[in-house]
Ligand binder design. Sequence first.
Ligand code: ADP
Ligand code: MG
Length: 715
Amino acid sequence: MGTIFFTFASIVRLSLISRQNPAMTQSFETPSAKILTGPQKALRKLGLNRPIDLALHLPMRYEDETRVVKLRDVREGDVAQIEGWVSHCDVRLGGVRQLLVTLDDGSGTCLLRFFTFYPSLQKNLAPGKSIRVRGEIKEGFAGMTMMHPVVKSATSELPKSLTPIYPSVAGLPQAYLRRAILGGLERADLDNAIPDEILNKNALQRLWPLREALLFLHYPVPDVALATLEDRSHPAWQRLKAEELLAQQISQLQSRRGRASRQAPMLAQAGVTRLALAQQLLKQLPFALTRAQTRVVDEIAQDLARCVPMHRLLQGDVGAGKTVVAALAATMCIDANRQCALMAPTEILATQHFAKLVSWLAPLGICTAWLTGKQKAKERREMLALIASGQAHLVVGTHALITENVTFRQLALVIIDEQHRFGVAQRLALRSKLQDGQEPHLLMMTATPIPRTLAMSYYADLDVSTIDELPAGRIPIVTKLIHESRRDEVVARIRVQIAQGRQIYWVCPLIEESEALDLTNATQIHEKLSAALPGVMVGLLHSRMPSVEKKAVMDLFFAGQMGVLVSTTVIEVGVDVPNASLMVIEHAERFGLSQLHQLRGRVGRGAAASACVLLYSSGDAPRLGQAARERLKAMLESGDGFEIARRDLEIRGPGEFMGSRQSGDAMLRFADVVEDIAWLDWARQLAPVLLDQYPLLAQQHVQRWLGGKAEFLKA
Ligand code: ADP
Ligand code: MG
């Protein structure tokens, strides 16, 4: 290991600065009873509450204020720090009022321009004053120039380390943040940690001590190769990544072990074949299960036959047939005389699941209840009674299902569709529905797959089942990229499809900042299409519509009466209208890749050849941005959800990829599950050792890194 560049003493000089204002230092620990100042609120907003949170808030880049260079050595575009004396200082009044200062450093002169300035600055820049300035060099008429450089007195000591620039928010000046972080570093308990000998046992490289690593990253020596800080390959970074992954793995393992010690109802004896209801359902389906479906059903059956709560993610591409797997799981539960609940993220989706499941299960004598937030009071009361008495074997609904006043008689299995659209808090609420000390089994379904290796190693407390095969006979969807100027051709295509009795989706992007703009766009398209397609029913669905109207529109579309559906919202992820054969996506360049793939999956569900048209516009720019082009290219080149997920990961990077899936969950800040897979392996092996031999240290480690988020991560 290299020399340890920083000891604590060496930053005492820096910390003295913060001591000059004791009120300021203390204020970082303000109890919540006190009124918070703007910057304190901003710190909270960034989640910087504990000293350790501050210590772990690392710079996004650095500025080098350690060196002074000569004017003769600088070039246009350099950001340089120059020291010299003022030879001229004038306020120019003609034209734009400005302060013009000439700085002479013996090797050359530089003109400093200030458009806003106070008398105090003018005083500090009086002729003869020695100053140090930092700014970008421009070459102009007047020779070398700096606009609004940072000015300091030349007598102030040069810093010994690079100046950190931290990620911040409005109302939180860098200077304040720097002092806060320095205070955090002093107070954070960095010593009561897992001994370095243990960490180093199977480490890829010798780990720097945590304190050294942190001090280095906050205040690096000027001669560090900045590239190694930027790409995080520097040993100091390696230490932080290793620590973070270790915390994540310990927490996952804790949650797995916690689960293993809890009880769940044992639902099936062995496999599907012994179960009467599942058998009956299979017999009555108009299709045979794919091999992949059979495999995942078996995996689920095995989990349900154990008295440990299941925690399984069922992933499969859009249209892979997850619903029937859910139905089979439900029958296993009902066969054991227990209740099953199925939650969907939206009302429309829940309605659709309800209709489908009733059509499959009612003939088997299974009673299905229905629960949403928007239900009439009387109906809701009836449903609640059915659920409480146990007469309802299955309950389908939205998150209304987990509100407190829903009492189940013997809930044993919870299925969550489109799991990524539910918050962790909701999942936790579900788990709290304990009965006789037993918690329900949990099956989560998603059409946005996580690449398998990632799922297995990162989510150590999640078992994953994958449907990697589509039902036979599906005709691949043809994807076309068409410039928006050629939309007439698209309308002509629609006419042909309508003439064949098919239905069409036309989706407009949701612009988060401006719902109004959104609506205008969709309304205009709706009007134009209505005019261009006389005799065809064209519907409009947008996020601001009351849910009764939404339902009315969707019903017309489900029933096949409506030919074209224009929608601003992503048409409820998961809707199944097999007769729809064309999906048009307006401003496709604005959608995320997995979202595009999800939308495309709304067609191609029936026997008809289907197509997806990606209408794109480069707006005012001459061409599309790089990421947008890559997304559209991936859509053209692949129809496979797993391949799409892989490309998405490539384009966006895992942080964002995972972040968007599990919004709200704590994500890795420093490590990258793909790039740092070796550290992930190391952490996975070390986690059980630590939990067994050093349970307290392991717990402290998780607390340090995840704080209050640890509970959430376990959900
Ligand atoms: P997703 O996985 O996207 O939720 P669905 O469960 O909605 O997919 O299934 C898509 C369509 O395929 C549905 O109409 C469903 O009935 C049908 N389906 C499911 N499994 C099979 C199968 N093995 N063979 C043929 N069709 C199937
Ligand atoms: Mg589905």
